[in-house]
Write a protein that binds this ligand. Sequence first.
Ligand code: ADP
Length: 409
Amino acid sequence: MCTCVFSLLCPVIVIQLSPAPAPSQRAALQLPLANDGGGSRSSSSESSPQHHSYPSRPRHMLNLPTPQYGLVKSLENAEIDQKLQEIMKQTGYLKIDGQRYPAEVSDLISEGEIGSGTCGQVFKVRFKKTGHVIAVKQMRRTGNKDENKRILMDLDVVLKSHDCPYIIQCYGAIVTNTDVFIAMELMGTCAEKLKKRIQGPIPERILGKMTVAIVSALLYLKEKHGVIHRDVKPSNILLDNKGQIKLCDFGISGRLVDSKAKTRSAGCAAYMAPERIDPPDPSKPDYDIRADVWSLGISLVELATGQFPYKNCKTDFEVLTKVLQEDPPSLPLSMDFSLDFQSFVKDCLTKDHRKRPKYHKLLEHSFIRRYEVLVVDVAGWFQAVMERTESPRSSQCYSQHQLHSLFSR
Ligand code: ADP
């Protein structure tokens, strides 16, 4: 989605596993292949506010985490191996609508790419055996341990979150020598791309429903699985024409120990909480789910105003510096948002994480309470946006001004 902040801030330690085998099987795959490119995949141009190449940074300006956590690392590696064993038992079939179908890559017919992110590409795919149209995330097994970990974490979290309506549902996975294919329910698109289609603000009522969904998903992850997402941002919030809103992309989520995250892992700089950028003890990461609450706050400001709050920054480093040094962003009074929306965003963007509310407190907020019960036609709004911004003909029918009045508050 966007540049991994730790590849900006720290020297990346790449542990090479055995290289991916020669791509002899690829001709048999019906999906287009992810670009070769070695390490981390660059994100699609649609996904994030920051797409720059960066000069080297003066490390002294920020209190940077340093990689002194060998024990944690080896525990992590053991955990990765264990996860891989568990997941391998569950591959080679898809479970759709309660039915289990044996599946291999040749059963997946690509109908085109619908997104690309940090770990790979996402395709709209027809499952030949049943005709179901689903989403498939293709991730290359590059031999880079960090990437392998992301693949496994993503798969592990989606597979076990089958009982949460606010988390993308996984139908199963197919693992080949070169790739991992994760089959998921097909959503319409992500909030980031919706913002780009509209080229303006997303209405408060839609964001109200989105907030309920995302806070519920994050609370579920924490309470049920002891997991923190760590990459909350508009491109990881998916919507569809049924009005569903779901969280996706668990590649860098982490296990909580005593409710604290003990590993650094990556994340998108643009949405990163101050306590993750500048931890009190950089060698011992010790933040909690309130880091995700901050990211939610930044995402809400961006979607509600149609503008990324640090949009004038030229580099991620500039963003990080501003996050640390400036007052937090807020919803502009001039845009006439409800008082409880303003107050909710202000709470999420409390700079001192010790004073920032956790999920239970947020769920008591009048903004969430209101949108838990309010009936909002998210489906109708979504369909209208997709129709009126999709084809070049229809977009010619609407001027920019008309689009704004159609879709903004
Ligand atoms: P990565 O893990 O590689 O960062 P993501 O899971 O974030 O990839 O997906 C990248 C993009 O693909 C998303 O921003 C979204 O636009 C699209 N996408 C992902 N999953 C789905 C899905 N199930 N249905 C529709 N679009 C999806």
